[in-house]
Design a binder for this molecule. Structure first.
Ligand code: PRX
Length: 629
């Protein structure tokens, strides 16, 4: 037995002792006596970890390192423009976070309030998150690529009373006005719960400031003390909400709590990246997504790790930028998404040849399947053939990594996410819930609780149970499909629900269809995902016009504008096709499986269409697609 096997067995057979020991990675204000108190069964459904313990997440991420290693760098901030980097030590971080906390308090933010953060990738985004956790407020970070409407609906859903934003963000050659989007969102907001908007002046653009509501952050911060007491939090007190797409149109406010989440992200980060005192780590994810929360802010800071934070894009000013940043700051641990890897492969090896990347020790991947060709390039070219790759499978809902290789002592199979992390009990089941033993493929479920798992959908506990625990009673349903080989290695095959993963961005087909259907001339639409060489998947939209509407050349452009307005431009379909009707069952259900086959050109394997109410439409749509192509 390897040491992984032994530790894994112990974590499963004796979770209480295992997690009691691992939770010592944090400093607790009040030590816990109860460890795991969980059940996935309807009668006594509960998920509680370390419930009588008390701690503060910000203290664990900032103060304790500022006390011990004040001059160690917490963040190296690399701006969009080349040659503009600066370091923030743990001592500086503590001061900045305290000032930010005092600004929040001066504007009336209290424990339990929801503060929305709509920010670029700048240090103030992390200060704002940590300030919330310092004073017990719940942060709700909304990705800066979301539109005003998407921001408004998220703010309304959680009754947030404050938004923290920046004047604008710079990404490559583009400037994105964030404050302007906030202004529009607040006009659209139906509940008007937001009383205060705090704006960080980042690039110095002019903003409309509404009297009594809008304040410049540094105007307030300059009067603030650089110390601020921490708020002791119960282990199960909320830490943050993060909205994510589900199979229905309405995004879900995924709720994470304090003690279990922080233990889990700190421990997984330390173990899977084998973090050492002098490592420089870089997670390229935006703070607007779960990876940015767990492995951009909370995990690395809880471990006192030095992290790079980069505002720009991988291809600015050219496709060597990422590798240059790695060389400049001697990055040893690097964590990114397959889309980024594939898009950089497509630019050609000349961009890697001007850099050495010899500082790298471990390479990580997350968000989508890492295909074997991309794995090989990442390993051979980027890691110079010497760095293990940790391909980590997890979700917004799981809080932290669930299936992943550990960098030492485990076989690495390109394309596989290897084996479960400690305490994670995966199983594969068929659609009836029958367990698949040994080699096979099926629905990936998790049989027992782990400390980092979500605790609820904000203000909708019934939906929480129904979404994740009702399909396979007694288990968490990940809604991913997976294969397992004869040696017990897992391979993720993709979502089994109506969620599409475009460049690692999780997009619900229902959300996109709802946006498309907002066009006056459109009667109905169906969106499916098709494989894409770089993005992993791309969206293909089939639309039906209302009776009497004439197809105009401008309709595609108009629909794209609506999607940009309602969701954000990252949700725009690559293919858009007007069809006379959609393949449906006799009970009226759209057969997306068939549309997916048509969209991928897999016309010979469409399968049985005799159950359709309108089988002839299949040939018609194929003709239209061929004509278009
Ligand atoms: O389908 C899986 C895919 O991303 C989904 C979760 O998306 P999100 O909640 O946005 O979190 C992304 C970052 C953790 C999963 O249901 N996914 C995530 N990691 C992998 C993956 N697919 C294959 N391999 C992975 N390593």
């Amino acid at each position: 037995m390897t040491s992984y096997d032994q530790d894994y067995q112990r974590s499963i057979t004796d979770p209480n002792h295992f997690w009691k020991e691992k939770a010592q990675i944090l400093d607790w204000i009040k030590p816990f006596t109860v460890i795991k108190n969980t059940s996935f069964h309807k009668e006594d459904f509960r998920i509680k970890w370390f419930e009588d313990g008390e701690l503060n997440a910000c203290y664990n991420c900032v103060d304790r390192h500022a006390n011990k290693t004040p001059n160690k760098t917490a963040f190296i901030f690399e701006a969009n423009e080349l040659g503009n980097a600066r370091s923030i030590s743990f001592k500086d971080l503590l001061k900045e976070v305290c000032k930010f906390s005092n600004v929040l308090k001066s504007k009336g933010v209290q424990k339990g309030d929801v503060v929305t953060i709509y920010m670029p990738m700048i240090p103030e985004a992390a200060y704002a998150m940590l300030a919330c956790s310092r004073i017990g407020a719940i942060h709700n970070v909304v990705f800066g690529g979301f539109s005003a409407s998407a921001l408004a609906s998220r703010v309304d859903d959680c009754d947030s009373n404050m938004i923290i934003t920046a004047d604008a963000s710079v990404r490559g050659p583009k400037t994105i006005s964030l404050k302007e989007t906030v202004d529009v969102a607040l006009e659209e907001s139906k509940k008007n719960t937001v009383k205060t908007v705090i704006t960080v002046k980042h690039i110095g653009s002019k903003c409309h400031m509404k009297e009594g509501r809008d304040f410049w952050y540094y105007d307030l911060a300059k009067f603030m003390e650089t110390t601020c007491p921490i708020e002791p939090m119960k282990s199960e007190d909320p830490l943050f909400i993060l909205y994510t797409s589900g199979s229905t149109g309405k995004p879900k406010g995924v709720l994470h709590t304090t003690g279990g989440y922080l233990t889990y992200v700190a421990f997984t980060h330390k173990t899977i990246f084998d973090v050492k005192e002098n490592d420089t780590y870089w997670c390229t994810a935006d703070v607007g997504w779960i990876t940015g929360h767990s492995y951009g802010v909370y995990g690395p800071l809880a471990n006192g790790t030095t992290s790079v934070m980069y505002e720009g894009i991988p291809t600015y000013p050219d496709a060597s930028r990422i590798w240059k940043i790695i060389d400049t700051h001697k990055v040893s641990l690097f964590y990114t998404a397959p889309t980024a890897i594939r898009s950089l492969i497509s630019q050609g090896d000349e961009y890697t040849q001007t850099t050495t990347r010899t500082s790298l020790r471990i390479l990580g991947s997350v968000g989508e399947p890492l295909n074997p060709e991309a794995w090989q390039w990442y390993h051979d070219v980027i890691g110079n053939g010497k760095c293990p790759i940790v391909d980590t499978w997890w979700q917004t809902e799981t809080g932290g990594m669930m299936l992943s290789p550990q960098p030492h002592g485990m076989n690495l199979k390109p394309g596989s996410v290897d084996k479960p992390f400690y305490g994670v009990k995966p199983e594969l089941v068929d659609n009836k819930g029958t367990i698949i033993i040994g080699k096979g493929s099926g629905n990936l479920i998790i049989k027992d609780s782990w400390p980092g798992q979500m605790r609820g959908i904000y203000k909708d506990q019934d939906r929480f149970f129904k979404t994740y625990f009702s399909r396979f009673p007694g288990s968490y349903s990940s809604e991913d499909g997976a294969k397992r080989d004869e040696e017990g290695y897992y391979w993720i095959t993709g979502r089994v629900d109506d969620i599409i993963n475009v460049s690692g961005h999780r997009i619900g087909t229902a959300e996109v269809e709802a946006a498309i259907n907002n066009h006056f001339d459109i009667a109905e639409s169906a969106v499916v995902g098709v494989p894409h060489l770089i993005k992993g998947e791309s969206l293909c939209a089939f639309v039906i016009l209302k009776a009497g509407s004439l197809k105009s050349n401008s309709i595609k452009g108009e629909v794209m504008q609506i999607i940009t307005r309602d969701i954000g431009s990252f949700a725009k379909p690559d293919t858009f096709i007007v069809v006379p009707s959609l393949p449906k069952t006799r009970s009226g259900k759209i057969m997306r499986r068939i549309l997916r086959k048509i969209a991928t050109g897999d016309h010979d394997n469409i399968g049985d269409i005799s159950t359709l109410s309108n089988p002839r439409i299949v040939v018609k749509i194929i003709e239209l697609m061929d004509h278009k192509g």
